[in-house]
Design a protein around this ligand. Structure first.
Ligand code: GLA
Length: 360
């Protein structure tokens, strides 16, 4: 029996290190942040139709409940229509719903407002249908189908797994060969992580993101391997450019993730800063996803004394992640980042009702 109302919250994420490795069977170290998206779903007073309100931008959408699946739409509507279609295809019997969306995660800044929206929708709509939320990996894959088939971004599972499985004060070492998740205590010893906006919007579907994914596929084909996880720097050197540089980034980034986990374990924060810098150089020079605005932001942060700074997320604009030493002053407009809990249902008064477990 469907419920009358369900409310859910899903956080955005920051990837400490391990960028563009998820769709290459590699390693990443993200954490969920406190900013996120909240979705309230009520049984509709207008049977036969879903009505959606994006409160912050004062826009609405409506589409029929019954098959055929909702027609594709652009912008944020692609996420809600896609999520409703994919949940329905997965067997969730959704009643006609009135859905309200609000959010605190800045959009287009590389902090995964998209994944937060998808995951919050899934939690609220499954809640309304009184159906258990799919397991984290199944739900992340369902969200990826929304990204691929409805939004047009060939993204991996990084953002959704971080949003679903986040834990306070903890980063998640994700090995996308499984995927498997291992919690890593995020003890920063007085250092602070901040995100600073480069001032340039990034949109995965419209950026070079899909091109990078295609280049990695071509590199695998040329090397005769199933995934770049099996590649080495020596193998990269045999490829024509730019494929060689792309592979070198992925191979060395996986090594930097392992090194970052070790640095956190040793409490060696200066080393973590060096790894962030090295990751940025690799993303700029080998993966070529930086922009002049991002470079200016990184340079300003390093000049102000940051222990390390790098572009985060899909790239081509968005935010810069910086590690600040104890006592360093906060750059203007910086968003202080703390690892928080993952997606959960809320009771209608906003109280926590249940969170996703971390399933290794
Ligand atoms: C975006 C995608 C993720 C991942 C990152 C880069 O955030 O959605 O799947 O590929 O870029 O690490």
């Amino acid at each position: 029996m469907a419920r009358a109302e369900a409310v859910a919250f899903a956080p955005g994420r920051v990837n400490l290190i391990g960028e563009h490795t998820d769709y290459n069977g590699g390693l990443a170290l993200p954490f969920a942040i406190s900013a996120g998206v909240r979705v309230r779903a009520r049984a509709s007073r207008q049977p036969g139709e879903h009505v959606v309100h994006a409160i912050d931008i004062a826009e609405s959408d409506r589409f029929p409940v019954a098959p055929p699946a909702p027609a594709p739409a652009g912008g944020w509507r692609a996420f809600t229509r896609g999520m409703v279609a994919e949940l329905t295809a997965a067997g969730v019997a959704l009643p006609a719903a009135e859905i309200e969306i609000t959010g605190t995660v800045p959009r287009g800044r590389g902090l995964s407002s998209s994944a937060a929206l998808e995951v919050a929708l899934a939690y609220a709509l499954c809640g309304l249908a009184a159906t258990p939320v799919p397991d984290p990996v199944d739900l992340a894959r369902l969200c990826a189908r929304v990204e691929h088939d409805w939004v047009g971004a060939q993204s991996g599972l990084l953002d959704q797994l971080a949003s679903i499985c986040g834990r306070p004060d903890t980063a998640l070492l994700i090995d996308f060969c499984g995927p498997t998740l291992t919690p890593v205590p995020l003890s920063l010893d007085g250092y602070t992580l901040v995100a600073v906006d480069s001032g340039e919007d990034h949109r995965l579907a419209a950026s070079g993101y899909n091109d990078r994914r295609e280049e990695c596929r071509r590199a695998c084909q040329a090397l005769g391997i199933a995934s770049l996880r099996q590649a080495t720097v020596a193998m990269a050197a045999t490829l024509p450019e730019p494929l060689g540089r792309r592979v070198r980034h992925v191979v060395t980034e996986n090594e930097r993730v392992r090194a970052a986990v070790a640095a956190l374990g040793d409490g060696d924060l200066p080393r973590l800063g060096e790894l962030l810098d090295a990751s940025h150089r690799s993303l700029r020079d080998d993966y070529e996803i930086s922009t002049p605005a991002v470079e200016r932001t990184v340079a300003a942060l390093l000049a102000a004394g940051a222990a390390g700074a790098r572009i985060v997320g899909g790239g081509f604009g968005g935010s810069v992640l910086a590690l600040l030493a104890p006592g360093a002053s906060l750059p203007p407009g910086a968003l202080v980042l703390e690892a928080g809990p993952g997606a959960r249902r809320l009771d209608p008064d906003g109280e926590r009702a249940g969170a996703a477990g971390l399933r290794p």
